[in-house]
Design a protein around this ligand. Sequence first.
Ligand code: SF4
Ligand code: SF4
Length: 122
Amino acid sequence: MRVFPGGRVRDGMSGIDDHGGNPCLACGACCMSFRVSFYWAEAEARGLPAALTEQLGPFHACMAGTNSRQPRCAALHGAVGGPVACSVYLQRPEPCREVQPGDDKCIRARSRHGLAALKTPV
Ligand code: SF4
Ligand code: SF4
């Protein structure tokens, strides 16, 4: 998800909706659709709070709440469809940084939660 705490619009987002040009502020679907896993050392390197991560094995961790049949990242504030915010935006791990509004993962996440694909891929 590309969301700044407090609703600041992210860089490079083209205007798509009423949320300051940031469709993620009215979505959050990708934070409730996938296991957000990463090499365990990334959490410490980025300063992610331990309480918001889960160890998956000797080498990998994930965002707490995402290793589930119905994932929901513990760092997400709000309900799908918004308003939502990531409480650890600056510390978010790489998988969160890779998802882009309008890409395949975004489309799958939004579909899973009954939200239409964004009309303007960026
Ligand atoms: S699913 Fe797409 S629009 Fe929704 S929060 Fe993630 S990147 Fe943003
Ligand atoms: S860390 Fe933030 S951007 Fe990543 S899944 Fe959790 S709420 Fe979403």
